[in-house]
Design a protein around this ligand. Structure first.
Ligand SMILES: [Zn+2]
Length: 337
């Protein structure tokens, strides 16, 4: 389906398209500042602006140029960043920060500890199920940011009782269950719980918060999330799951702009079954995740690509690189040519 136009109006691009690289942007900020000043100083002189005012205006411009690219996102845009495994950060157009399954320290992200240390803002932490590779660094982040926990009622309770998550950072505003949606930030973010075919337990030993004895506690039913952002994309994070036929119901209620799909096999669906999941959900694009652990998760992006191509869905594949943010204007991602 070459040149296919998706429901949200942007064109599918080929697999190897390059994402906008905000690191380059940050690197270029001082150059941009200098160029602006070269242009603006003579103009200000022309209009009789005095030196003190010129200095003040220049500082304002410097602030604008420095702050804007540091977030990789202009006002009104949404930013999606992958930290490896199933861990993602979403920054909304109004600047709210959501983390999903925040395992920052993982094999794909050797600088995870640094990322964790430099993370200063998070409003919500979404956890799909209680396994350690999805709870990840949630407790540490919650303590330093005050982020509230979004999870099923049972998982949230288990996280408070056995999992080390601060009890006062969750409540009826953040608990949910399947079929329900939660509204945050005056409706800027709406989150629906999507079932997942997996398991869920909270083991204090695995989470390094309790005794050394293996004692898995009931962690509710595992979930995925549909995160719908006002003036931004609808993002479906599958959590850990197998393919299941009820995935077809998801787009009956909301077109999915980007599906974050587990493909690693062994504990979740592998590339072939994940490609069938894409056929059921019909997202505008799919980002593979939860793969790349040698000797355990055998599914690869290459196999996933092949399986998608067999279903004429290859052009929807958008592999992300760890920590290269994908920026959205409305529901559509900004992709370089
Ligand atoms: Zn997992």
């Amino acid at each position: 389906m070459a040149g296919e136009v998706s429901a949200s109006g942007y064109q599918d691009a080929p697999l190897q398209r390059k994402l906008q690289n905000t690191t380059d942007c940050q690197k270029d900020s001082p150059v941009l500042f200098c160029n602006l000043l070269w242009f603006l100083v003579p103009v200000m002189r022309l209009f009789g602006v005095n030196t003190m005012r010129m200095l003040a205006y220049s500082l304002l411009i410097l602030l604008f140029v420095a702050v804007l690219p540091a977030t990789g996102r202009a006002a009104g845009q949404t930013e999606l960043t992958w930290y490896g495994h199933a861990a993602f950060k979403v920054v909304t157009p109004k600047g709210h920060v959501l983390l999903i399954d925040p395992l920052f320290i993982n094999q794909m992200n050797p600088d995870g500890q640094k990322d964790l240390d430099s993370l200063t803002k998070a409003d919500l932490i979404l956890i799909s199920h209680g396994h350690f590779d999805h709870v990840g660094n949630a407790n540490e982040i919650a303590r330093k940011t005050g982020a509230r926990l979004v999870a099923t009622y049972d998982l949230a309770n288990a996280m408070a009782t056995y999992g080390g998550y601060p009890k006062d950072q969750m409540g009826y505003d953040t608990f949910g269950n399947f079929g329900g949606t939660l509204r945050f930030f005056d409706g800027e973010v709406t989150i629906a719980f999507i079932p997942a075919v997996h398991s869920s337990s909270v083991n204090p030993k695995d989470l390094k918060v309790g005794s050394q004895a293996d004692q898995p506690e009931f962690g509710g039913n595992p979930s995925g999330f549909l995160v719908m952002i006002e003036d931004g994309p609808a993002i479906y994070h599958t959590g850990d799951t197998d393919l299941f036929s009820d995935m077809t119901l998801i787009p009956h209620f909301r077109q999915v702009d980007v599906m974050l799909a587990c493909i690693g096999d062994h504990f979740t669906m592998g590339p072939g079954r994940a490609a069938e999941a894409v056929a059921l959900v019909q997202p505008n694009m799919v980002v593979p995740m939860h793969y790349g652990i040698p000797d355990v998760l055998s599914g690869t992006v290459e196999d996933f690509e092949r399986a998608l191509h067999q279903k004429q869905l290859g052009r929807r594949l958008l592999p992300m690189s760890v920590k290269k943010p994908l920026v959205f204007n409305g529901a559509a991602p900004i992709l370089s040519k």
